[in-house]
Design a protein around this ligand. Structure first.
Ligand code: GLN
Length: 498
């Protein structure tokens, strides 16, 4: 029982089915770990221990009565960007420090309906803006592999909680890399699906045309289990798309059954020199190239492709994302919900002070940049131009996918770094160089662990797929994980027993 948190989601499901443990015992095990160890990493903002216990007990009763839902009674936790009815939903911001959501995000309801047990709400960069969880109003999050390092962001709490063995899987959101980069920093697998695959209803908006929810776990199969209940058309999200619903876990099992000793025969992996550019850490490059060689040894063919210069992509993202954010965040004005300043003199004072006091510096920086880019006189020069480049990024990916099935790259140019007061925002933005094109194009992508640096920090490999090819991405990672053990390495905190 003491190492139950090192099991995969599938092993947890089997254990529940075979009555090796009950959902209540499982839940208590994770709650005890969170209680004893989260003080070291600060991954949770809100605990829902009491409802979790009640749900686990109910799940055990339902199972005894023959309920066969496969995720019934399996614990998880949500990034605090998803609205959860009756539970504090802060989005990592002082602006929402007192916001108890009156409704559930669609994915929260769907995961509930699948019978999973939510243990709470996870820390994150404020309004999902950031790459190291340092902008959270609730404090920084420590990387469970090395407490002096950042966990990545913005889904830093999600990544840290899974890597620490506090939950087997967690939800995240990804606007420019916020699932993939923290997954990479914390030695996890994390997938951002095709734009429109998962409902955005009830996910607090950062940049609506880029935001997409996804799943994080120790392996591709863990991700597949959690992603399943998340997907599907939702009439409450106008950008949600009707599309076939695959069974991801079944797809992985089928891929495994069909695989011979060269499981990747016929798979063309595109590699772009633009993704191995200046600024890429040599140990990261080495691990990624070694993994690519392993893919080749297992039958894959590596082909050279071209994609848009990442520097151009970076500038495009950091124009469009703040522009959308400035519009989305205008709803937080101190009037109907969230933070309100003390003793406003008049309405303008109420707006101004509530927003200046409620938003942190990174969020304010983006609102200002975005407002500037959208203002009359600058709109064409910045916003329209960025939209045009966005179209070219889509075209470049389309052309690249004519020659390959998936594109591989490092997820991040470096492994997890130390938090430093002097890290200027522009250098932090540079860390997103390999992840953001995917969001601009709306493509699915995942990050999977491919080794450790000499300091023992995880390194991630990104796989990008064509639209709707989540199954292909997951099976490409899953079959690799059948032949390697990077995903089976555990962080320092995960190795602690309580
Ligand atoms: N680091 C990127 C940013 O700060 C991506 C964030 C995200 O994906 N939510 O915008």
């Amino acid at each position: 029982m003491s190492e139950i948190h090192l099991l995969s989601t599938e092993q947890l499901i089997t254990g529940l089915q075979d009555k090796q443990f009950s959902s209540l015992e499982l839940t208590e095990h994770y709650l005890k770990r969170i209680d004893a160890l989260d003080g070291k990493i600060n991954s949770f903002i809100t605990h829902t221990s009491e409802t979790a216990r009640a749900q686990a007990q109910a799940a055990d009763e339902m199972r005894a009565q023959g309920d066969k839902r496969r995720l019934l009674g399996v614990p998880m936790a949500h990034k605090d960007i998803f609205c959860t009815q009756g539970v504090l939903t802060t989005c990592g911001s002082k602006m929402l420090h007192n916001f108890v959501s009156p409704y559930n995000a669609t994915i929260v309801s769907n995961i509930d309906k699948a019978g999973m047990i939510s243990l709470g709400k996870l820390n994150m960069d404020e309004f999902a803006m950031g790459s190291d969880n340092s902008s959270s109003y609730y404090g920084t999050v420590q990387n469970p592999w090395n407490l002096e390092r950042v966990p990545g962001g913005s889904s830093g709490g999600s990544a840290a909680a899974v890597a620490a063995g506090f939950v087997p899987v967690a939800t995240g959101s990804d606007t420019g890399g916020s699932i993939r980069q923290p997954a990479s920093f914390c030695g996890l697998t994390g997938i951002k699906p095709t734009y429109g695959r998962v409902s955005r209803f009830g996910m607090i908006a950062y940049a609506s045309s880029l935001d997409q929810a996804g799943s994080m776990g120790k392996s591709a199969k863990d991700c597949a289990y959690l992603l399943q209940p998340m997907i599907g058309h939702d009439p409450r999200d106008a950008t949600s798309i009707k599309h076939d619903i695959p069974d991801y876990v079944q797809d992985l099992n089928d891929a495994e059954a069909a695989a011979g000793d060269k499981p990747f025969e016929g798979l063309r992996i595109g590699v772009a020199k633009e993704y191995f550019s200046e600024g890429l850490d040599s140990e990261v490059e080495q691990a990624v190239r070694t993994a690519l060689k392993q893919y080749e040894d297992l039958g894959a063919t590596i082909v050279e492709v071209n994609i848009t210069d990442p520097e151009i992509t970076l500038a495009t993202y950091y124009m469009l994302a703040p522009a959308e954010a400035s519009s989305n965040l205008s709803r937080f004005d101190g009037v109907r919900f969230g933070y309100r300043c003390e003793n406003p003199a008049d309405l303008v004072d109420l707006y101004t002070r509530s927003r200046s006091e409620g938003f942190g510096p990174e969020v304010q920086r983006r609102i200002l940049t975005g407002t500037y880019a959208l203002s009359a006189g600058y709109f064409d020069a910045y916003y329209t131009k960025a939209q045009r480049i966005r179209r070219l990024i889509v075209k470049d990916f389309d052309e690249a996918f004519a020659d390959c099935d998936v594109i591989a790259s490092p997820t991040s140019p470096t492994a997890a770094y130390k938090l430093s007061e002097d890290l200027d925002p522009a250098s932090m933005y540079l860390g997103d160089v390999y992840t953001i094109a995917v969001n601009l194009a709306g493509l699915p992508a995942l990050s999977q662990p491919v080794g450790l640096t000499s300091d023992g920090l995880p390194i991630g490999l990104q796989l990008i797929g064509q639209y709707w090819q989540e199954s292909k991405l997951l099976s490409t990672a899953h079959l690799f994980q059948q032949h390697t053990d990077h995903h089976l390495q555990h962080s320092l905190i995960a190795k602690e027993t309580v």
